[in-house]
Design a protein around this ligand. Structure first.
Ligand code: FMN
Length: 392
């Protein structure tokens, strides 16, 4: 029998070599309904697949015979020190993956010396994350139909000392994630098959549902109708709360309640980046929401060069979508991003092993980024430039 490469079959964090291995551990540890929620993209999932495929099209150009023994990943993000050019992205419902969800992600980020972004739809109150995790905290904002929700979130985040607000603008209409929907016979009602599948994950069932009850949208629960604040109940009302009227004029409205740094998440054109700059925003997140919103959408990576050329270093660019390897991170930094936001990569770590799993994901990505940096002939990420990548 010919020698064959074997997929990851180990069952432990220690045995995992890369983010794909963590994903495999996550897939085994949480029920399909929770894994699908994380994994799924909108409609045909062309955007989600495109995010990964985009990295294949870029090759790297190393410079040889350079002393890279002094290399390090340290730098700044939004003008403040960071130990690596990474930020944990906002993701809702993190406690569906692990009972410590948001706290585990925030603590691992703090330990690594990088910012963590808490979702408006988090399952831990923003005050609790500030008190129990510390570190550099960013607050993600959805402006929903009831504007009082956003107003309260901004005021609370400011009082709790959050450094930056990340205003997500690509959810004016809620995306249609069909794989996620297939687990439910009606919103909030898991199919018999999905319910039975949870029984095959007794550890998850005990740790999450038995010990703590169905995770709740803690940040916004006082605004939701009675019985609708849980992950299941919320899914019957939240999609309808997304607000189609949000426009650039709302930046001025946000500024009435938020004096800290402001980033716009969901920018994908040079024109919109220039608009954010003109309105005095402190940064943008180039993002297609991990392929969960608009299908057949451009990738953040492909528009990065034109956006970087338009803002010419006057506006920090954070980027996300499909980052699973240090090599992906290096490509984006070379093309002009200041930092990369990690969505699913750290969620896989969370589902695989809580805070330790997230730390493991960050450790893998930092080690890979450091190695690639050295192989390219650089000592710091600030030395990276477009000369280090070429279209395949
Ligand atoms: C499970 C999940 C939940 C998410 N929830 C939010 C959210 O509440 N707010 C937000 O701005 N983006 C949200 N996103 C999008 C992420 O912030 C980020 O843009 C995306 O995950 C990046 O792609 P990646 O997962 O391929 O790294 C979510 C993504 C996932 C996977």
């Amino acid at each position: 029998m010919p020698w064959k490469r074997r997929p990851f079959t180990g069952g432990t964090l220690a045995g995992a070599r890369n983010i794909a291995d963590l994903r495999e551990l996550a897939r085994r540890r949480v029920p399909g309904l929770a894994f699908e929620y994380v994994e799924g993209g909108a409609e045909d999932e062309s955007t989600r697949r495109g995010n990964r495929a985009g990295f294949e099209q870029l090759r790297r150009l190393p410079q040889t015979l350079v002393d890279t023994s002094r290399r390090q990943l340290r730098g700044t993000i939004l003008g403040a020190p960071a130990e690596a050019p990474l930020v944990i992205a906002p993701t809702g419902l993190n406690n569906m993956l692990h009972p410590e969800g948001d706290l585990a992600l925030a603590r691992a980020a703090a330990r690594r010396g990088i910012p963590f972004t808490l979702s408006s739809l988090s399952t831990t109150r923003l005050e609790e994350v500030a008190a129990r995790a510390g570190g550099r905290l960013w607050m993600q904002l959805y402006v929903l139909k009831d504007r009082a929700i956003a107003r309260e979130l901004m005021q609370r985040a400011a009082a709790a000392g959050y450094e930056a607000l990340v205003f997500t603008t690509d959810c004016n209409i809620f995306g249609s994630r069909e794989w996620d929907q297939r687990n439910f016979s009606a919103p909030g009602r898991p199919t018999m098959r999905a319910a039975l599948d949870t029984l095959r994950h007794p550890r998850w069932l005990y740790n999450i549902l038995v010990r703590y009850g169905i995770p709740r949208f803690r940040n916004v629960e006082s605004f939701l109708p009675p019985g609708k604040a849980t992950a299941l109940g919320g899914s019957t009302v939240l999609p309808g709360l997304f607000e189609a009227t949000i426009t650039w004029d709302d930046i001025a409205w946000i500024r009435q309640f938020w004096r800290g740094k402001l980033l716009i998440k969901g920018v994908l054109t040079a024109g919109d980046a220039e608009r954010a700059l003109a309105l005095g925003c402190d940064g943008i997140v180039l993002s297609n929401h991990g392929g969960r919103q608009l299908d057949y959408c451009v990738t953040a990576l492909e528009v990065l060069p034109e956006v970087a050329a338009a803002v010419r270093g006057r506006l920090p660019i954070v980027i996300d979508g499909g980052f699973r390897r240090g090599t992906d991170i290096i490509k984006a930094l070379a093309l002009g991003a200041e930092a990369v936001m990690l969505g699913r990569a750290t969620l896989y770590g969370l589902a695989a092993g809580g805070e330790t799993g997230v730390a493991r994901a960050l450790e893998m990505l930092c080690a890979e980024t450091d190695r690639v940096l050295g192989m390219l002939g650089c000592n710091s990420v600030s030395e990276l430039g477009p000369q280090h990548v070429r279209r395949a």
